[in-house]
Ligand binder design. Sequence first.
Ligand code: SF4
Length: 121
Amino acid sequence: MNSTVICIVCPVSCPCEVEWTKEGGVTKVENNQCKLAFEYVEGELFDPRRMLTTSVPVDGGNWPLVSVKSHVPIPKDQMLNAMKAIGDLRAKAPIKVGDVIMPDFIGSGADLVATRNVAVA
Ligand code: SF4
């Protein structure tokens, strides 16, 4: 098969022309400016993942919400399940950047971590 995949590893955003098969994987990548495209294209075709970023309500904090993210990219097709899994989640102040708000939140080994500090109100 032939596909065009935009590499988003850096802002250049190369429009990679890709030859691939389900059985044999990626056999050719063209129109890329560097070799980082190969790993990105392979992941995008066979195991697309994204960082999940959202916010969670905070009890007793000087901010009502804390921004959070998955500490590693999670499977793209798990995004909806991931948002359901944290739908009723609440965090408790104080919170520091990097604190694990919910460990292994979709059973894939990814933790939900805070990306800002929230002090006690
Ligand atoms: S192929 Fe290289 S230069 Fe092009 S977008 Fe990807 S990382 Fe950037």
